[in-house]
Ligand binder design. Structure first.
Ligand SMILES: [Zn+2]
Ligand SMILES: [Zn+2]
Length: 257
C-alpha cells in the first residue's frame, strides 16, 4: 500500500513546499489544503478518483481547499456525481464545511451537496469508501477552537497507520505510537518557538527514540524543501513534496520516489 505526500509544508509554505497533504492507499486524503487541486493535478490524480477525506481540524491550511475540491468534481471530473465523496470529520464539521463552501461559491455547491458528499461524524468504524480500513479518531493537543484530532487507521492486513493531525506532544499520540507501523507526524515549528501545540525536532526525537520499531514520516515542516533538520533519530524520515512510500506487509517502509 502506498503513502503519497502531495505536500509537506506548514501553514507558511516554506520555500519549495506546498501545504501538507497525504494520499493513503490511492483513494483516501487527509485534509483539504487551499491548493489541493494543483497538488492532485501535478500528481496526475483526478479529484474524482478520491473516495474518502479525513479531516483533522479547522485551520485554513487544512480545510480551505474543500470548496475548490467540490467545485472541480461538480463541473469537471465528476459531472454526473458517480463517485460520492465520503468525508470523516468531528461532530458539527459538516455545517462548517457547508458554510465555507457557501461563502466561497454562493448558491453553487451547497444546493446539491448531499448527492455528492456524505459526511460521517462517528468517532470510529469502517472508513466509508475504503472498506478494507477501520478508523478511530482521537483528540490531540492543538489550538482547542480548531477541535484538533488524529486518526488511527487499521488495514485488513493488520497494518496500522497513525496520522497525528496537527499536534504537540500528547498522551493519545504517546500511547498509540508503539502500536503503529507508520506514524505520520506534523513537525510544525523549530525548537525555541514557545508553543506546546506543535511537535518540534526535540519532541519528535524523544518520541521516535521511545518507539524504535515504528517509522515516523515527518511532514507539515517548517524547513525549506531541500533542507533537513539535523540529528533526528534514524527512524524519522523527513518527507518532501512528491515523496511516495510503500508500506510492506511486515510493517517495513520503502521509498518509491
Ligand atoms: Zn497546519
Ligand atoms: Zn493547525
Amino acid at each position: 500500500m502506498e503513502v503519497y505526500f502531495l505536500g509537506s509544508g506548514n501553514a507558511f509554505c516554506p520555500d519549495g513546499r506546498l501545504h501538507s497533504l497525504v494520499l493513503i492507499d490511492n483513494k483516501m486524503l487527509v485534509d483539504a489544503p487551499p491548493t489541493i487541486i494543483p497538488q492532485l493535478k501535478r500528481a496526475n490524480i483526478s479529484p474524482s478518483e478520491i473516495n474518502t477525506m479525513l479531516i483533522t481540524h479547522w485551520h485554513g491550511d487544512h480545510i480551505f481547499g474543500f470548496p475548490f475540491f467540490i467545485l472541480e468534481r461538480k463541473y469537471i471530473s465528476d459531472r454526473d456525481a458517480s463517485n460520492i465523496l465520503n468525508v470523516h470529520l468531528h461532530k458539527g464539521g459538516s455545517e462548517r464545511l457547508e458554510n465555507i463552501s457557501e461563502l466561497a461559491f454562493p448558491k453553487t455547491l451547497t444546493i446539491d451537496m448531499s448527492s455528492r458528499v456524505k459526511f460521517c461524524e462517528e468517532g470510529s468504524g469502517q472508513v466509508a469508501g475504503c472498506p478494507e480500513w477501520q478508523y478511530e479518531r482521537f483528540e490531540v493537543e492543538h489550538v482547542p477552537e480548531t477541535e484538533p484530532h488524529g486518526y488511527q487507521l487499521q488495514h485488513n492486513s493488520g497494518l496500522t497507520i497513525l496520522h497525528c493531525g496537527d499536534s504537540g506532544p500528547c498522551r493519545e499520540i504517546e500511547d498509540r505510537a508503539s502500536g503503529a507501523d507508520v506514524v505520520i507526524i506534523e513537525v510544525g515549528v523549530p525548537d525555541g518557538v514557545p508553543t506546546e501545540m506543535h511537535y518540534k525536532p526535540s519532541s519528535i526525537s524523544e518520541l521516535a527514540n521511545k518507539n524504535p520499531g515504528t517509522t515516523f514520516l515527518a511532514t507539515h515542516l517548517f524547513t525549506a524543501a531541500n533542507e533537513k533538520i539535523p540529528n533526528l533519530p534514524g527512524n524519522v524520515i523527513q518527507v518532501t513534496d512528491g515523496d511516495k512510500f510503500t508500506l510492506n506487509g511486515d510493517g517495513s517502509v520503502g521509498k518509491m520516489a
